[in-house]
Structures are given as structure tokens and as C-alpha cells.
Design a protein around this ligand. Structure first.
Ligand SMILES: C[S@@+](CC[C@H](N)C(=O)[O-])C[C@H]1O[C@@H](n2cnc3c(N)ncnc32)[C@H](O)[C@@H]1O
Length: 756
């Protein structure tokens, strides 16, 4: 990261750009025409980054480290015969964790890599992750598992295929094993599998009903109009859409993980139990299955060297721009084939597609993406230069380190030099379009999950695949941003501070639901910032102006008092005059998040407020394993209701802290009195009502708190009516498939029994 930043600083000095913006191609041309000596230095620096960042692998030391981790895994795995119940689960998952580390560490030390996969297959199979165990066997074979032991893996695959009810695969593996000479024990296993195969064949299992996929996009509720007055295109309802109904769905053809997160690069799954890494790019890319690895192979072929050099993390948002260009170039090329032979002509061809009218709901994503709005024309010189430097670095990378140019040169009459200009200009333009249009997708994960930690392998959490232990749902306590996606249809929604949509991400897909009834012809708004109840008018204004270049004139912003709803979550009763006030300065509203909190004074009597209890409350939360501390904390929170009014942001924040601290203590086995659950239940209901008031009960933020309440119900310590439970259960249907599976299993295992 340092090398790239240093190079950009020097390149910035070399690139004196002070011309008015025409378009991205013209800016790129400017640096291509800088004085020869400067240009030489500029190019040297670009290439220096590519050379300097290359991290060759020391295969021997990788192998050594990987072997040591695998052997630790073996030690743990060996103890399984003495274990049962949760202890057995722990043993298998901790072995799987160590084998996973061994696989990641091995990189291209293939002798170790294949053994790591083979051993993980064994532990995962025992635990019941049959699909993943099957894939691991396949990986072990791919990476050179010793020939004389391959029958073990084939037997394992046959077993997994049987468990998965896949007669075809089972038949293939059984046929293969029948050709081999096996010892008595393996022969016995084979005979059993032969019988199972006959049973499967004579009694084929009903085709598993696959969950409805989002591949089929829903757009019939919406139309796109254009505003001649500068707001560009916008989305309207083509018919009445009732609150909670789907407004539209979209599936991103390209996305990237945010901040180097290890999610599947193909399907964006964020809960992996058996990550399959690329062996070349230093544990920076993983897949949830071999199929996903296969589907992503072409794009990764272009990115692998950049990952290997760790170029994509420091390049930040440009990574999505790069991926968009890599993804769509094959679709753009046929249009460019007859679109001229110079960079200028090809550029013009793309721009004419971008400025044409299309039927937006059905236009392909590669066309919609070309047409996305951007504001590079309003950017200052430093932003333009940074954009050029990043785009140049990526273009040179593609030229020097990949075979991406092959298709460009084979499909068009343009020269490599023309493509240098065009590609850099296209990356720069795409990046700016994405800054204005890209979306970030979240996942519900434990707050303390490490970057290279895989939650499905976490200790003390699971009792079976996708089945949590009693009282552990609260561990999924946070919505975390995990991916940036290109969703150009969603991007056609203009902004309002009170959105019409509640959007839920699932892998590469988004489903947007109506936040309230929407009438035919009414505009459908997204909210680009926190909504009007969660952030101040000034903050939203600043963000919208800086990033999106417009001033919001939505119904919430044009009111005489645009902050009235935001202030409703910051009302105090003065400790002296007992009048109600909101702190005078915006910066004072979230004082508890400041490193050096300001003194808050009542705006009626000016008396300074004493918030020393805040620190004390945090200390109590940290000691929630002790009953006295918990009782004191319940009391303080109850007392605060007189001073932090209604759904005060701070009171909600403290309530969440206390809930999580108590549930963590309870899950760790600390005894709780029955009366305490009454307190906790009330506190959870308070936070749920606050979340509903501030964001809505159909927003993803509602789910983690609901999960806490589920734990209480699951322990039999809190009662809800059947109707209430049914309503909460219905919310789980919004969740991403992988998370839904966990939450629904939990509901069925532990909540449903309490309904009877
Ligand atoms: C994600 S795009 C929305 C679609 C865009 N109108 C288009 O035609 O492509 C964001 C851009 O649309 C414009 N925009 C969005 N909401 C707006 C609003 N409420 N008022 C004015 N301009 C808005 C701004 O130029 C903003 O940068």
C-alpha cells in the first residue's frame, strides 16, 4: 500500500494538469503527451509498482507452516473417538479450522495443499458438510493426492454422494472403486455403498425443491422517466405497490468484496465453512465451491496477478471499476468491432451508446452500466489526477501482467497504443460512474469476526451444519458491509431522505420492497445517506453535495425545521431545571462517540450536565458475568428513561450494549435469576421499538435485535403471542439465503416448540 501511495505522490508532481475537463480520454491523452523525460520517469514508476509489489512464494517455508497446522489438526481430529455431543462437534470444527489454515497457508505448496484438502474433507464429512467434503476430495485429487491413497478419497466422495442422494455420482465412484484392489475394510465399505446405490436407484429421491432464485428479475412494478431539469432519469411506480411488496429485484453481474473480505468471489456468499483459495494470490481470494471457482476463472485470470501484488486493496473503489470493464468488455467488443480503429473513434462509439435512449427495465446490464451518470466534469484537478493515476496503473497492469489485450487486439483494428488510452479512459470514467451509482451490500455477522475467520467454523457456536446451539443466535449481532456491487437499474433511483424502499441483499442480488404504499406514477426513492431520522440535515447535505453533486429538495429537507425528526432521538431532560432540551450544537448530539466528549449544557437553564454515569455504565457492561453488576446496570438503564427521553439514541445504544453483554455472559454459562429475563425482555422490546421508529421494522437492522429476543424465547424465559411470533418469523423470509437457513433452523429448533 505504501509503495503505491509513494509512487502516486511522485507521479502527481510530474503530471501538471490544469486544463478544463473535456472527457476522460482527453485527460489521459494529456499525460501521454508530457515531456519525454517526465513521461519516462512516470512510466518507470508505474512499472516499479508492479515489480516491487510482487511477492514470490517461498514454497518450502509455506509447506513447513502448512504441515505444522495440518498436524495440529490431526492431533485434534484423533481425539474424536472419545467424544460425543457438543464435544465431538467442537473437535470436528476445530480440526476443520486448523485444516483450513493449513490449506490457506500452503498456497502453491501442492504436496501439502492436497493433504490439507483431504484431511479437511474427512472432518467436514464427519460433521455433515457433505457437499463441501466432496469438493475437498476433488481438490485433493486435483492438486496431486498420492496415487496409492486415492481410493480413500474416492470412497469418501462415494459416501458424500450417497448422503447427498446423488445416485449418478455415487454410481460413478462405485464403478471406479470396483476396478481397484481394496483391502477387507474398504471392500466392506464398498459393498455397503453398492447396496445404497441400488436403493437410491430403485427409490429415486424427489428432486429437491430449489429455493426460488432471483435470476428472474422483477421490474413490472416500475418505469423509468427522465427529468429535463437536471435530476436525470428516475424511477416511478407503474402500478400501485403495497407496503412490503417487491418493487424490483436486480442481480449484479459484477461485484467486489469490500476491504479484502474473504467472501466467495463468484456468488458473494459470506458464510463459508470450506473456503477454496486461489493458490497463487496469497490467500486473498476464496470461493465457496469448485463450481464458483470455475465460473469465476476468466475474471480471476485477469485479476490474480493484481491480487498477488496486493494492488487491489489500496486501489480501493477502482477495483470495482476494473472488474466492471473486465466483465463487460466481451459484450462491448462486438459493438466496437466496426466502431473505428483509433482510440478517439472507439471512445465516440461507446459514448454514443451511453447517450442513446434505451428501454431501461430490459436493457442489458453492460449497456445500462455504460449509461450511468457521473460528475467527473465537476471534479477538481486533484481528484482528476488521482483518477488518471489509478486508471493508468490498472491499464498498465492489464497490459504487462495479463493476456487481457489479446481479445482487444483480435476484435478491433485499433493498436495496443490506442487501447492504452481507451482502456485507461474507460476505467477512469467507470470509476466515477460507480462512485455515483454503486451499492454496498451487507451481511449479518458476529461483530468480532476476524477478516480471515469463517463463522461456520467458529468455536462454541454450532451443533450441526447451519444449526446453532441454544442461545447463540445473538452472536449474529451486526450488519456488516461486505461487498460493493454494480446494480445499474437500482442506480436509476434518485435520492430522498425518506426512502420508499427497504433493500435486502442476498449474494449478488438485491430485492427492494416498498417501505410504504406507493401510488401509480409516484417516484420511488432510494436514500444515499442515513435517513432523516438518523442523521442531521447538515450532514446529509454535505455528503450529497460532495459525493453526488446535488442539493436535496426532498419533502424532509425543505421543511422549516428539517432536523425535527432527528432531534426526536436526542431529547434530554435537564438534571437541574428538568426542562426538555436538545444540545445546541450538532457536534454535541453524539458526544459519547467522541474521543474527547464536549461538555453538554441545558439550552434552557445553561446548566452543565453530568454524564459521569456513562463511563460507569460501560464498566458495568464489561462485568456482566457478575449478578450485582447486571442488577446495577438494569437499574441505571431504567433510571435513564427519565433523562434520555423516548427512543434517545444514547439510551438505545446503551441498551444494545447491555443486552449483548448479558447474553454473552448467559451463553458462557453464568447463572441468571428468572427475574432478570423480565428486565432483558423489556430492554429488547424497547430497542426493537426504537429501531422500528427510526428505521422501520422491515429493515435489516431489526433482525439482530430480534435474534436476541429469540434467544430469550428459546431459553423459555420470555413469552410472545403466537401472532407476534408469526410476524417475527415472516421477517426471516427477507434474509439472504445463507443467513435465512441459520435463522429459520433456529426458529424451528428452539422457538417453534414454545408456540405449542
Ligand atoms: C445514482 S444516480 C441516480 C440516477 C440518475 N438520475 C441518472 O439519471 O442516472 C445519482 C445522481 O442522480 C442525481 N440525483 C439523484 N437524486 C437527486 C435528487 N434528489 N435531486 C437532484 N439530483 C438527484 C444526482 O446527479 C446524482 O449524482
Amino acid at each position: 500500500m505504501f509503495a503505491l501511495a509513494k509512487v502516486f505522490v511522485e507521479q502527481y508532481e510530474l503530471f501538471a494538469f490544469n486544463e478544463p475537463y473535456k472527457n476522460e480520454l482527453e485527460i489521459i491523452k494529456v499525460w501521454h503527451t508530457m515531456p519525454a523525460a517526465k513521461l519516462r520517469r512516470f512510466k518507470e514508476l508505474t512499472e516499479f509498482v508492479l515489480q516491487d509489489l510482487d511477492e514470490p512464494t517461498n514454497v518450502a517455508s509455506r509447506a513447513k507452516h502448512s504441515r505444522s497446522l495440518r498436524e495440529q489438526g490431526n492431533q485434534v481430529y484423533k481425539t474424536k473417538s472419545k467424544k460425543s455431543g457438543n464435544d465431538l462437534t467442537e473437535c470436528l470444527l476445530s480440526a476443520s479450522r486448523l485444516y483450513t489454515q493449513a490449506i490457506l497457508e500452503a498456497e502453491n505448496a501442492y504436496e501439502e495443499l492436497c493433504l490439507g484438502f483431504a484431511n479437511r474433507a474427512m472432518a467436514l464429512q464427519d460433521f455433515g458438510y457433505y457437499e463441501q467434503a466432496y469438493d475437498d476430495c476433488e481438490c485433493a485429487l486435483e492438486f496431486g493426492y498420492p496415487k496409492n491413497m486415492q481410493h480413500k478419497l474416492i470412497m469418501r466422495q462415494a459416501y458424500c454422494a450417497w448422503k447427498l442422494g446423488d445416485a449418478q455420482k455415487l454410481g460413478e465412484h462405485v464403478a471406479c472403486l470396483e476396478q481397484l484392489e481394496l483391502n477387507a475394510s474398504f471392500t466392506q465399505q464398498l459393498e455397503q455403498l453398492q447396496q445404497e446405490l441400488q436403493l437410491l436407484q430403485s427409490n429415486p429421491q424427489a428432486e429437491e425443491v430449489k429455493e426460488a432464485k432471483l435470476d428472474e428479475v422483477k421490474r413490472n412494478n416500475t418505469e423509468i422517466s427522465t427529468d429535463a431539469g437536471g435530476r436525470g432519469r428516475y424511477m416511478i411506480a407503474s402500478q400501485r405497490i403495497k407496503e412490503g411488496e417487491i418493487v424490483f429485484t436486480e442481480q449484479a453481474e459484477c461485484f467486489v468484496p469490500t476491504q479484502g473480505r474473504l467472501i466467495c468471489q463468484q456468488c458473494a456468499a459470506s458464510l463459508l465453512c470450506a473456503p477454496i483459495p486461489c493458490t497463487r494470490c496469497h490467500q486473498r481470494v476464496v470461493y465457496c465451491s469448485r463450481r464458483c471457482r470455475q465460473l469465476h476463472a476468466t475474471i480471476h485470470g485477469y485479476e490474480c496477478e493484481a491480487y498477488r501484488r496486493d494492488l487491489l486493496l489500496p486501489i480501493g473503489p477502482f477495483h470495482l471499476a476494473l472488474r466492471l470493464v473486465l466483465t463487460y468488455m466481451p459484450q462491448w467488443l462486438p459493438q466496437l468491432r466496426n466502431g473505428g480503429s483509433t482510440a478517439a473513434e472507439l471512445w465516440q462509439t461507446l459514448i454514443s451508446i451511453a447517450s442513446a435512449e434505451h428501454h431501461w427495465p430490459t436493457a442489458p446490464q453492460h449497456t445500462q452500466s455504460l449509461c450511468m451518470m457521473h460528475h467527473l466534469d465537476k471534479a477538481d484537478a486533484s481528484k482528476l489526477i488521482y483518477c488518471v493515476l489509478s486508471a493508468n496503473q490498472l491499464q498498465v497492469y492489464l497490459y504487462k501482467c495479463t493476456n487481457f489485450y489479446d481479445q482487444l487486439l483480435a476484435s478491433t483494428a485499433a493498436s495496443a497504443e490506442d487501447w492504452h488510452l481507451l482502456l485507461a479512459a474507460l476505467i477512469a470514467r467507470t470509476n466515477n460512474q460507480l462512485l455515483n451509482n454503486a451499492h454496498v451490500g451487507d451481511a449479518i455477522l458476529p461483530r468480532d469476526l476476524g477478516f480471515n475467520e469463517f463463522v461456520l467454523l467458529r468455536p462454541q457456536l454450532w451443533r450441526a451444519p447451519f444449526r446453532l446451539r441454544l442461545g447463540c443466535l445473538h452472536k449474529f449481532d451486526r450488519t456488516t458491509l461486505v461487498k460493493s456491487l454494480n446494480l445499474p437499474y437500482y442506480g436509476l433511483c434518485n435520492h430522498a431522505c425518506e426512502p420508499s424502499l427497504r433493500s435486502w441483499y442476498d449474494g449478488r442480488s438485491v430485492s427492494s420492497y416498498a417501505a410504504r404504499n406507493i401510488e401509480p406514477g409516484e417516484e420511488i426513492f432510494n436514500c444515499y445517506t442515513l435517513n432523516y431520522k438518523m442523521s442531521s440535515f447538515a450532514k446529509r447535505k454535505e455528503q450529497l453535495e460532495q459525493t453526488f453533486n446535488f442539493q436535496c429538495s426532498c419533502s424532509k429537507c425543505v421543511r422549516a425545521e428539517p432536523d425535527q425528526d432527528y432531534f426526536a432521538f436526542h431529547r434530554y431532560r435537564c438534571q437541574h431545571c428538568e426542562q426538555i432540551f436538545v444540545p445546541a450544537q450538532l457536534a454535541e448530539l453524539s458526544w459519547w462517540q467522541e474521543p474527547e466528549p464536549p461538555q453538554i449544557c441545558c439550552t434552557v437553564c445553561q446548566a452543565p450536565q453530568d454524564f459521569s454515569w456513562h463511563e460507569e455504565f460501560l464498566v458495568l457492561c464489561a462485568c456482566c458475568d457478575k449478578p450485582n453488576a447486571r442488577h446495577e446496570a438494569y437499574k441505571v438503564l431504567d433510571y435513564l428513561r427519565n433523562w434520555l427521553l423516548d427512543y434517545h439514541s444514547l439510551r438505545q445504544c446503551l441498551a444494545k450494549k447491555l443486552i449483548l453483554a448479558c447474553l454473552t455472559a448467559k451463553a458462557a454459562g453464568h447463572p441468571f435469576e428468572d427475574t432478570e429475563f423480565g428486565h432483558l425482555g423489556r430492554i429488547m422490546e424497547y430497542v426493537l421499538a426504537g429501531t422500528e421508529a427510526q428505521i422501520g421494522s422491515n429493515a435489516v437492522e431489526y433482525i439482530p435485535i430480534m435474534g436476541c429476543l429469540f434467544d430469550l424465547i428459546a431459553w423459555g424465559k420470555y413469552k410472545c403471542s403466537k401472532q407476534r411470533l408469526a410476524k417475527m418469523r415472516a421477517k426471516l423470509d427477507y434474509l439472504a439465503g445463507e443467513t435465512r437457513r441459520i435463522f429459520v433452523n433456529y426458529y424451528n429448533d428452539f422457538i417453534e416448540p414454545h408456540c405449542k
